[in-house]
Write a protein that binds this ligand. Structure first.
Ligand SMILES: [Cu+2]
Length: 318
């Protein structure tokens, strides 16, 4: 491990342990360290995904820092009450110290906001609105006490590449951590059953296939949501490093998708990841959650024989 990485990891751990003021001070202090890093390798991709990770093993995945490439996430408030509608507001401060107001859309939005408690419960993917002065805000209700992480996924026009900056905020009240789901290949929500198949290998692009069914019938009319039939956010266990992937197939208004949604995802390291799949059907966006163990040898999430193959499955009446 290089010294720069050690310093950054140490500062990050400290930031987590401290209250917000300390966290942001450390966040700023960390940035010069990042700036002192060698130039990004040719493998570093402009899409902010993890595609370039394996070509530069020393690089940090997105979402671990409050400040990167001269841009800093500055929350307006970092203390909240649970169970109460409040305003979650922040700015993205640019290299000139001013709030950024020029963004390039990614997945049909200028900025994507992911909010999740540090135990990976309470996941939300929402889209705040931006005021003329660059302040982003959204009414938000934190469901329970604890330390929560907010991720902002955006592309400043001046930078020309996507950044994911993250910061912790505090929600008062009793904190009862929720254990992760056991690794499983099926998840049910609101009458929808979602299965997951794949054999992810650390450091390589792996195909993940989700299949959506309802009452035993494959859903074949998934609706486009933000330009795709599904959005997948994966968070690494232990540090909540962030991967946002979307299907290679574009989805336009009026198109129908499903039951299968395929993603090419590169998990940077072996370990446990929490996967959150947003999909839209009948006008509503739902999130399916999976715990996935990624190995270095491509072990199947579940034997394919146990999965309902999207193509083979024959819907039938009763
Ligand atoms: Cu979004």
């Amino acid at each position: 491990m290089t010294k720069a990485v050690a310093v950054r990891l140490g500062a990050f751990a400290g930031a987590v342990a401290l209250a917000f003021a300390g966290a942001f001070a450390l966040g700023s202090a960390v940035d010069p360290v990042a700036a002192a890093d060698p130039a990004p390798s040719a493998g570093e991709h402009a899409d902010g995904g993890m595609a370039g990770m394996h070509s530069d093993p020393g690089a940090q995945p997105p979402g671990l820092a409050v400040s990167q490439s001269g841009y800093t996430l500055v929350p307006e408030a970092t203390f909240f009450q649970p169970g109460k509608a409040q305003t979650l507001a922040f700015t993205i401060q640019g290299p000139d110290g001013k709030a950024v107001t020029q963004y390039t859309q990614t997945h049909e939005k200028d900025l994507h906001l992911i909010v999740v408690r540090r135990d990976l419960s309470g996941f939300r993917h929402v889209h705040p609105t931006r005021a003329a002065d660059g302040t982003w805000s959204i009414p938000f209700t934190f469901t329970a006490g604890g330390q929560w992480r907010i991720f902002t996924d955006f592309q400043p026009t001046a930078l020309g590449k996507t950044l994911t900056l993250g910061a912790d905020v505090n929600v008062s009240g009793l904190y009862i951590p929720v254990p992760l789901n056991e690794p499983a290949s099926a998840y049910s929500i609101d009458g929808y059953d979602v299965t997951l198949a794949g054999s992810p290998v650390a450091g390589k692009e792996s195909e993940l296939t989700f299949s959506v069914s309802k009452a035993g019938k494959p859903v074949t009319d998934l609706q486009p949501y933000l330009g795709a039939f599904g959005h997948l956010v994966s968070l690494r266990g232990g540090d909540l490093a962030y991967l946002h992937t979307h299907p290679s197939a574009e989805a336009k208004a009026g198109m129908k998708g499903g039951p299968a949604i395929k993603f090419g995802t590169t998990f940077p390291t072996a370990g446990t990841y929490s996967l959150f799949l947003d999909f839209q059907h009948a006008g509503k966006v739902r999130t399916a959650e999976f715990t996935v163990t990624v190995g270095s040898d491509g072990t199947a999430i579940v034997p394919p024989s146990e999965l309902p193959g999207a193509e083979e499955e024959t819907p039938h009446g009763h």
